[in-house]
Design a protein around this ligand. Structure first.
Ligand code: GAR
Length: 211
């Protein structure tokens, strides 16, 4: 088990990996994944959508596809120093109760603690809107534009204990257009993400990723 990753089992469309998608916002990536899984049997199936806010618009995509969709907000009554881990305990409990095999972060904007990562390492995937290791963090498009990058893109990677780090599974380049603003760049990168993420999950869930 190189680097401490324990990959998911090798699945088939008849017995797909049971995955949960974690979101924070509109969930266009979640919607693309649900449509992809709906088109034909895949070796992964979304059985749970989990948001860190009841206001996350993406919860509706899950409900529309008849997937259990719940919000697990930060437990504000718990004192601040213990709140993050307490929140992740609640999420972990939901994942275990649903018998989830793979956790897919899709626009989930919270940094996970080593406690959570250690429980899911190898079965915890993220998509980030830059060519990692360039422009990690919450403002990847803004940072790429500020740096004058002519090319950026998106990266699918296994999550490790560091921020936007971990084994890279796939990347796609996107050219930055002259005069393009943050919003336009974000939308164009999302369109690439919507194809790249489901296809990369196919590889991961059918045993085509080796460490
Ligand atoms: C996506 O572009 C994803 O790469 C990014 O958030 C967006 C979510 O969009 N994730 C991160 O920046 C994580 N650091 P969506 O809610 O429309 O799917």
């Amino acid at each position: 088990m190189r680097l401490g990753y324990a990959l998911p089992r090798s699945a088939t469309p008849e017995d797909p990996i049971r995955l949960a998608v974690l979101i924070s916002g509109g969930g266009s990536g979640l919607e693309a994944l649900l449509n992809y899984q709906h088109d034909q049997p895949r070796c992964h199936r979304t059985i749970l959508v989990l948001a860190d806010s009841p206001h996350a618009g993406g919860l509706e995509h899950g409900s529309r596809h008849s997937v259990k969709s719940v919000s697990v907000p930060l437990p504000m009554k718990i004192n601040k120093s213990e709140r993050r881990v307490a929140h992740e305990h609640l999420i972990h409990d939901e994942l275990v109760a649903a018998d989830v095999e793979l956790v897919v972060l899709s626009g989930y904007m919270r940094i996970l603690t080593p406690w959570f990562v250690s429980r899911w390492k190898g079965r915890l995937v993220n998509i980030h809107p830059s060519l990692l290791p360039d422009f990690p963090g919450a403002h990847a498009h803004r940072d790429a534009l500020a740096a004058g990058a002519s090319v950026t893109g998106c990266t699918v990677h296994l999550v490790d204990e560091h921020v936007d780090s971990g084994l890279i599974l796939a990347q796609r380049q996107v050219e930055v257009l002259p005069g393009e603003d943050e919003e336009a760049l974000q939308e164009r990168i999302k369109r690439i993400e919507h194809v790249l993420y489901p296809k990369t999950l196919d590889r991961l869930c059918s045993g085509q990723v080796s460490l």
